[in-house]
Design a protein around this ligand. Structure first.
Ligand SMILES: Cc1ncc(COP(=O)(O)O)c(C=O)c1O
Length: 409
């Protein structure tokens, strides 16, 4: 079913200024509901948790409410599987630190060439302990990660495979369930970066059976805050990052040293409320979780229209190289579209685009190793147009007209 675009856009006050936001993989606009909830927290519950008094008890309930909403968003089994933190970068650094004692010299960890550095660097650190890091290469024709390459890399020493659900440069959805089964069958764990996936499709950590799964809420229409899912049996094994009197059994507090941000954790619950409302508008009458799934079906429908609108334009240009799947209707594609134009500097294209009040971005997007692999790092990377469901066909028409002006028809 088509999204009610009037309703959708009204939920994002930032869309009312006269910019067109197409840098959503950098960060999305924030829902009014999230801001309201953050404010409500400050007005009603702004005290430290752990006190005996009523307001402190209420604050603890609000924080837990934030975690429970993440359970619904991730489809996790229990709130203790959710860790809040300031960013995915920090959460994955924490995770690697909390897992250090699970690795011995000679163990192997596989990372991919297509990931954002957030899900590579923290694992490369393990080299200091004698862990061997291997890179899962990309198929340069298809821009995909092939299991046959992974098969060649995995040995009985492989403990963990860290990969991205969607590359923030290529926009290709990796088959997370299939990869996870492949890795589990060979006795290793997976750590998945879902930052570029979560704004576009429903997450289901239980269906996919992933071990660790991280996303940034500020790209899923929320605040600058992030959440990491750790399957409970893995969570139990993590070392404590908190004070010495917070042992391994202090779950998940041991992974939130100094406490997570209460108000942003609580406020992020409004992301789920919003998705539930979209699901209801789609006619879904089941659980909150069912409504989220229905919402993302409609989100996908809108995004597919926009994605193909941009890609069909770019395909027609014979000076354009699209990085990633070229067909916007391919269900493995999200509307995070990076491209280069022969002889044109990505920075200059973006500076020109600024004059049209269309927010896009250039660079390597911190997927530096991928940009190196594509040989674009020294040319200011690529131009990236990253759309989300609140973008409209009219906005994409304006983008295309601006591209025609900047690049020539
Ligand atoms: C795919 C991907 N992973 C990780 C990150 C890092 O997220 P954060 O800013 O929350 O650390 C980003 C940010 O752009 C990203 O796009």
């Amino acid at each position: 079913m088509a999204l009610n675009m009037k309703y959708v856009r009204e939920q994002f006050p930032g869309l009312k200024n006269n910019w067109i936001f197409m840098d959503n993989a950098g960060g999305s606009q924030i829902l009014k509901g999230v801001m309201d909830k953050i404010q409500e927290y400050y007005y009603s519950n702004n005290v430290q948790l752990g006190g005996s008094y009523e307001v402190s008890q209420n604050a603890a309930k609000a924080f837990m409410n934030g975690r429970e909403n993440m359970v619904t968003l991730f489809n996790a089994a229990r709130p203790e599987e959710i860790v809040f933190g300031p960013s995915t970068t920090v959460l994955l650094q924490f995770l690697s630190k909390a897992m250090v004692d699970q690795f011995s010299a000679g163990d192997e960890v596989i990372v991919t060439i297509t990931d954002h550095e957030s899900n590579i660097g923290p694992w490369v650190w393990l080299e200091e302990r004698g862990v061997i890091i291997k890179f899962w290469p990309m198929n340069k024709e298809t821009y995909e990660l092939d299991l046959e390459h992974l098969d060649k890399l995995m040995t009985e020493k492989t403990k963990l495979v860290a990969f991205t659900h969607v590359s923030n440069l290529l926009g290709t959805i990796n088959p997370v369930k299939e990869i996870t089964k492949f890795v589990h069958d060979r006795g290793a764990m997976v750590c998945v970066d879902a930052v570029a996936y979560a704004p576009h499709r429903a997450v289901d950590v239980r269906d996919w059976d992933v071990d660790f799964y991280a996303l940034s809420l500020y790209k899923v229409y929320g605040p600058h805050h992030a959440a990491l899912y750790c399957r409970y049996d893995h969570m139990e094994k993590l070392a404590s990052l908190y004070h010495y009197f917070y042992g391994r059994d202090k779950i998940p507090a041991k992974m939130e040293p100094g406490n997570a941000n209460y108000e942003l954790s609580y406020g992020s619950g409004a992301i789920v409320d919003y998705l539930v409302t979209l699901g209801e508008q789609a006619g879904e009458t089941g659980s909150r979780r069912d409504k989220i799934v229905a919402a993302f079906e409609d989100i996908e429908q809108q995004e597919t229209i926009l994605c193909e609108q941009v890609l069909s334009y770019l395909r027609k240009r014979n000076d354009c190289k699209i990085l990633g799947i070229r067909d916007g209707k391919d269900p493995r594609r999200v509307p995070t579209i990076a491209f280069t134009i022969d002889g044109k500097d990505p920075e200059k294209i973006c500076l020109e685009m600024d004059k049209h009040k269309i927010a896009i971005r250039f660079g390597d997007f911190h997927a530096r190793r991928l940009a190196d692999n594509l040989n674009i790092t020294h040319d200011n990377g690529a131009v990236r147009v990253s759309l989300t469901h609140y973008n409209t066909v009219e906005e994409v028409e304006t983008l295309i007209a601006a591209l025609d002006q900047i690049l020539g028809t």
